[in-house]
Design a binder for this molecule. Structure first.
Ligand code: B12
Ligand code: SF4
Ligand code: SF4
Length: 352
């Protein structure tokens, strides 16, 4: 088999495993590593200190520090459910969860598939191939490498957007100690003069250099932030309790392709997850939380963060049911939950 035929066979195999996007790139330094370093210098990473660890930054700048034998990087994309395909129900006190988190956790779902691809490659070449694989958590600039592997361009909302699939997909990579022909980078910026995402972002955290002020992003505030949600944001985010999809929902490239998207079945919405009842959320015991969110990305917020987020939304609502749930939360054993319950009670008091 020629190298090109092998590269194509690997992409075909990956597609069978649900990776509808696949491309090869080199292990050279990612094209926008300086943008990343500048972003760190300006402290735009908020409390995500793991992103600034010198050893991890050095690995991002040079993937060969992760795998010295690396000759090619396979970058893969797997689609999840487009959020606008499941409209919000009309009931009061309903929150909203970002669509990537509606089903199983991709951190659990994708690694076995990545290992299957490595096995396939080793069978084809007939010998072991040095490798490392990642999805999300590795010291690697996934979007930058995906752009260079031809999967799409970096939109103004900072997401990697495929000109054929939109941006509702997750990324994964396999570093390979094997020389294979690489793909052409995506060179066209299809955003043109559009600024819909910038205009729609409720916390104004999208910056002109296509990076985010992460500490102001609702996705950060509801998932990664382990402390209080600063009061200045309470009025801004309507109903998000885990993540945020606004800057993707308004994107014309998602509006165009979302209807044809074939999301991976592993990410199909679980009952009650996309639009949770916030009164019920406030009543979740630790045991119930762990049972309900087994293998779900929502585990990352922990019960503490998830109820904190629900209270931030309920504070902007009204009604006896909301007041009752918030009062119950004000007796919770967790001090962060209690603090947010007091805040919500004072907001509800002002609005009633
Ligand atoms: C930290 C992080 C976050 C942070 C910060 C996000 C951010 N935009 O910086 C927070 C918690 C806010 C977040 C939110 C989300 N995240 Co996130 N996150 C990450 C993580 C771990 C690191 C990203 C990072 O390094 N950010 C720092 C900035 C500077 O780097 P960057 O975003 O990669 O941007 C590069 C390019 O924009 C490029 N660049 C800048 N200008 C230009 C100009 C041109 C022309 C070009 C070509 C490139 C370019 O330079 C940057 C540095 O290389 C990655 C996984 C990974 N290891 O890469 C996932 C990742 C980016 N997240 C992902 C997802 C799904 C999300 C959410 C959609 C989840 C949600 N619904 O709530 C939101 C989207 C918010 C948004 N608009 O970005 C996916 C994105 C998939 C995609 N299609 O783009 C990733 C790749 C995880 C994965 N494996 O799938 N995330
Ligand atoms: S995810 Fe939400 S808060 Fe974050 S940049 Fe996009 S619209 Fe703004
Ligand atoms: S909404 Fe417009 S500017 Fe933003 S990413 Fe999509 S096409 Fe680009």
């Amino acid at each position: 088999m020629t190298d090109s035929a092998l590269a194509q066979a690997i992409k075909d195999f990956a597609r069978q495993l649900g990776f509808q996007l696949a491309g090869f790139t080199t292990p050279e330094s990612p094209p926008h590593i300086q943008t990343y370093e500048h972003w760190l210098q300006e402290n735009r990473h908020a409390d995500m200190s793991y992103l600034a660890r010198p050893d991890a930054v050095a690995k991002r700048a040079n993937p060969r520090q992760i795998l010295p034998e690396c000759q090619t990087i396979l970058v893969l994309g797997v689609p999840y459910s487009p959020p606008d395909r499941l409209p919000k129900p009309g009931q009061p006190h309903t929150g909203r969860v970002a669509a990537y988190a509606w089903g199983d956790d991709y951190h659990d779902v994708l690694p076995p598939r990545l290992r299957a691809i490595i096995e396939f490659i080793e069978q084809q070449v007939g010998h072991p191939v040095p490798n490392r694989y990642y999805t999300d958590t590795g010291p690697i600039l996934e979007r930058d490498l995906a752009q260079r592997a031809g999967l799409g361009w970096i939109g103004r909302n900072t997401c990697l957007i495929s000109p054929r699939h939109g941006s509702y997909f997750l990324l994964a990579e396999i570093l390979l100690g094997l020389a294979l022909p690489v793909d052409e980078p995506t060179r066209t910026d299809h955003c043109g003069t559009c600024t819909r995402c910038v205009d729609a972002c409720p916390t104004h955290c999208i910056r002109p250099d296509r990076t985010l002020d992460a500490g102001r992003c609702i996705s950060y505030l509801t998932i990664e932030n382990k402390g209080e949600i600063p009061e200045e944001f309470h009025h801004h985010w309507s109903d998000w309790v885990f993540g945020c999809d606004i800057c993707q929902v308004v994107c014309p490239w998602n509006i165009r392709f979302a209807a044809h998207q074939q999301p991976d079945p592993a990410f199909s919405p679980r009952a009650g997850v996309p639009y949770p009842n916030l009164i019920e959320v406030c009543e979740l015991t630790p045991v119930e939380f762990n049972a309900r969110f087994k293998n779900s990305p929502i585990r990352r917020a922990k019960r503490q963060g998830y109820i904190r987020n629900a209270l931030a939304v309920l504070g902007n609502s009204s009604g006896k049911q909301a007041i009752k749930a918030v009062k119950t939360a004000s007796q919770d054993e967790d001090p962060l939950i209690r603090e947010h319950a007091y805040r919500a009670l004072s907001q509800l008091g002002r609005s009633s």
